[in-house]
Design a protein around this ligand. Structure first.
Ligand SMILES: NC(=O)c1ccc[n+]([C@@H]2O[C@H](COP(=O)([O-])OP(=O)(O)OC[C@H]3O[C@@H](n4cnc5c(N)ncnc54)[C@H](O)[C@@H]3O)[C@@H](O)[C@H]2O)c1
Length: 324
């Protein structure tokens, strides 16, 4: 059987595919899966004979019918237009974040096999007048196109699950930091950039005030929790198939203090402030902390602390020792 990862060529899709392959190798996946299909506009960068890359558009129903075959055990739906891109291009965001999600759910429904469907939502579904710690029952009130479309996706996944068409689970992801690679179109891209770039000796710009509080999680904990989502027990979640994934609540100032503690003052001084009102408005509409009890009860793992996230990022990006 196979696992399908839409958006498999993206940052998180690549990380997830590597983790899924390791779980197969370790014999801990718990599913009879022998290959992974990365469904994206471009091929997966992961080089492994078990990774296949059907190239196509998730908004194309014919393409989806080819990809969603009876031997699919789990579908991870990651393909999306991110927060900055959605704000810039409403029509593209609507096509990829809503129309494609509906086509995908319908292709799975036609199978009749009710596979596990994991949808990656975001804290951007929240907005409005938020309490300092957002309870599980807080109603989404998005203040961005991206957040509104993620909220619509959550409701679709919930309804298709309630009707018995899929076995759905929405994971609301914290902002990921410290992520590798280049900046992307997410308005929270700086949350990795202000750490990653200075650690690589490069200058970085911080577009938000330092007292801005973020709900963060490292890529390692996120991929571990997405792996868990493939077989997590959903019965205890009742009729609401949405969990807030664990994270840590940190201010930008605390992140920079972590950077200084680990890499020194000179490294921290590579970060300059250049306030961006648009980014600040959107990021400050997201919650800084959420209750995650339902996720923890369902076996998702908590995040540790931001120093550990930086240390892990450093360890994975450290150059290989050269042979002498
Ligand atoms: N990175 C984060 O901090 C974060 C936080 C919360 C939620 N998420 C969610 O996690 C998921 C993955 O995020 P990411 O950071 O890896 O994003 P990314 O931009 O790196 O990856 C998205 C992928 O989707 C693909 N894609 C876009 N439109 C497509 C289409 N029409 N057909 C096929 N593929 C298409 C892109 O080519 C890209 O490879 C997204 O759903 C995102 O909303 C990410």
């Amino acid at each position: 059987m196979k696992i399908v990862v839409t958006g498999g060529a993206g940052f998180l899709g690549g990380e997830l595919i590597i983790r899924l392959l390791a779980a197969i190798d370790e014999g801990v996946l718990g599913l009879p899966v022998d290959r992974i299909e990365s469904v994206d506009l471009v091929p997966s960068p992961v080089r492994d004979h078990r990774v296949i890359s059907p190239i196509g558009d998730t908004a194309d129903p014919e393409f989806l019918t080819e990809v969603i075959s009876e031997d699919v055990a789990v579908i991870y739906h990651l393909a999306a237009v991110l927060s900055g891109g959605s704000e810039q291009d409403f029509d593209l965001a609507h096509r990829v974040n809503i129309t494609a999600t509906t086509h995908l759910l319908d292709a799975i429904r036609r199978l009749g096999t009710r596979p596990r469907f994991v949808f990656t939502s975001s804290v951007a579904v929240f907005g409005g007048d938020l309490p300092p710690v957002v309870p599980e029952s807080h109603a989404p009130q998005p203040e961005s196109t991206y957040g509104a479309m993620k909220a619509i996706g959550e409701l679709l996944v919930n309804e298709y699950s309630r009707r018995g068409f899929i076995d759905g689970l929405t994971c609301r992801l914290p902002t990921i930091s410290v992520g590798p690679g280049a900046p992307n179109t997410a308005v929270t891209s700086f949350a990795s950039g202000i750490i990653r770039e200075p650690l690589g000796g490069q200058r970085a710009v911080c577009p938000v005030p330092h007292d801005t509080r973020l709900w963060l999680c490292s890529p390692e904990t996120i991929t571990e929790n997405l792996l868990h989502a493939a077989r997590a027990e959903t019965a205890a979640l009742g009729g609401w198939r949405v969990v807030n994934l664990p994270g840590i609540s940190v201010t930008v100032e605390a992140m920079l203090e972590s950077l200084e503690r680990i890499a020194g003052t000179e490294t921290r001084l590579l970060v300059a402030d250049a306030l961006d009102a648009r980014i600040t408005r959107m990021v400050q509409s997201f919650p800084g902390e959420l209750v995650t009890d339902r996720a923890l009860r369902a076996g998702f793992r908590p995040e540790s602390d931001f120093d550990a996230a930086i240390q892990r990022f450093r360890a994975r990006t450290a150059p290989e020792p050269t042979a002498t």
